[in-house]
Ligand binder design. Structure first.
Ligand SMILES: [Zn+2]
Ligand SMILES: [Zn+2]
Length: 385
């Protein structure tokens, strides 16, 4: 089969292979034919791995050394149709679960691509999303930028039985991994009636903005440094009142917050989504005493000059890191939110994604488009040409 492989971490780019072996699922696994897969910041960092020490470190985390790296298929955001179910799971059919809950060939699905160990104390206590031995498909093991992908049965999320795509169309279903990160952020922060800042107006920052509005935030500010016109236009449409260009510093942002929060001395909740060093300084500067900073962005290296005493201790600030989605509360919430037509989330999410589809054959063009910032998010449709 066809797929995009990361052959060497020392070299940028990917390799399109057309002779990848088609695996059969193990007894506890499911094989899924990929209908659509979306590209995210992590994939972009894998693409230019020679300049991303953080991604090299992440991808070789479970290996004896960087030299022990073996090529894998990348990609972790997708949706597809079940082709085969492993023997053990097929046998489970005899258990008295309603058939709606059973994963069967032909079902329209997506999957949680964080594979937790299921054995550690965190997994056993409902904290699988922070399992200390978690492996990510497309980062540590073969992912979904291929014609098919294999995942554990328990990680499959049914979107429609017997191929029914009416709940969520494939171009949006391919984004659920990313959207789940945004939903998880807002799940962890009660934004009702509160003042909020979102640092970074890329796809995730925009999704968080949209959710904050729907979850009842009183006021939303957003910052960005690139592609300002398009990103700020969408941010405003999604509910941001004020947008700040922080490419040349954050003075304007600080002034605006000082002026608007004399009483509260800062903002109630700050979401850091960019991973950029200056944004961490901004986050802890603009959060109010006792406020919450939610960290989703991945900084590629330690943050220099961060003042923990001023930024966190004296402020009594709360800090919450978000990694992936809660298994599986976030998925359930996402499903409910997307099914609620009144929120029009499918319509709005579509505005973040490039209008045209890409195939694996034109992956170089796809990645160039993302790296140059011409598009924020795009979708591979393996079957199209
Ligand atoms: Zn992703
Ligand atoms: Zn575990």
């Amino acid at each position: 089969m066809k797929g995009l492989v990361k052959e060497s971490l020392d070299l940028d780019g990917l390799t399109l292979k057309s002779d990848l072996p088609v695996a059969t699922p193990a007894p506890w696994e499911v094989k899924i034919k990929v209908l659509a897969a979306s590209v995210c910041g992590t994939d972009k960092n894998i693409y230019k791995s020679s300049k991303s020490p953080g991604i090299k470190q992440a991808m070789t985390r479970y290996l004896a050394s960087e030299k022990a790296y073996r090529p894998i298929i990348i990609g972790h955001e997708f949706c597809g149709v079940v082709e085969a179910v492993g023997e053990r799971e097929k046998a489970n059919k005899s258990e008295k679960l309603p058939s709606q809950l059973l994963v069967e060939p032909g079902d329209y699905v997506t999957a949680e691509m964080h594979i937790s160990c299921g054995r550690c104390i965190l997994c056993r206590n409902g904290n699988e999303h922070i399992c200390s031995a978690v492996k990510v498909k497309g980062v540590h093991m073969d992912g979904c930028f291929a014609e098919s992908v294999i995942v554990p049965y328990k990680n499959v999320i049914i979107l429609g039985k017997a191929g029914d795509q009416s709940l969520i169309p494939p171009r949006i279903a391919a984004l659920l991994d990313a959207f789940g990160n945004a939903v998880h952020c807002v799940q962890e922060a009660d934004v009702r009636g509160k003042s909020v800042a979102v640092l970074g107006a890329g796809p995730l920052g925009l999704m968080i903005t949209l959710l904050c509005r729907h979850f009842g935030a009183a006021k939303i500010l957003i910052t960005e440094i690139v592609d300002l016109e398009r990103r700020f236009a969408l941010a405003r449409e999604f509910g941001a009142e004020e947008c700040f260009d922080v490419s040349k510093g954050s003075e304007k942002l600080y002034k605006a917050i000082d002026a608007s929060s004399v009483e509260s001395n800062g903002l109630d909740v700050v979401f850091e989504v960019s991973g950029a060093a200056p944004a961490y300084h901004d986050a802890f500067k603009i959060v109010r005493n006792g406020g919450l900073v939610v960290l989703l962005g991945l900084a590629d290296k330690p943050i220099d000059g961060f003042d923990i005493a001023q930024g966190i201790v004296f402020k009594g600030a709360l800090v919450k890191g978000i990694f992936g989605r809660k298994m599986f509360e976030t998925w359930q919430m996402m499903r409910r939110l997307l099914a609620t037509e009144r929120l029009a989330l499918k319509r709005d999410l579509a505005k973040i994604v490039a209008a045209r589809d890409y195939t694996f054959d034109n992956y170089e063009e796809a990645f160039a488009t993302l790296i140059k910032g011409q598009e924020m998010k795009l979708v591979f449709v393996p079957g199209s040409s």
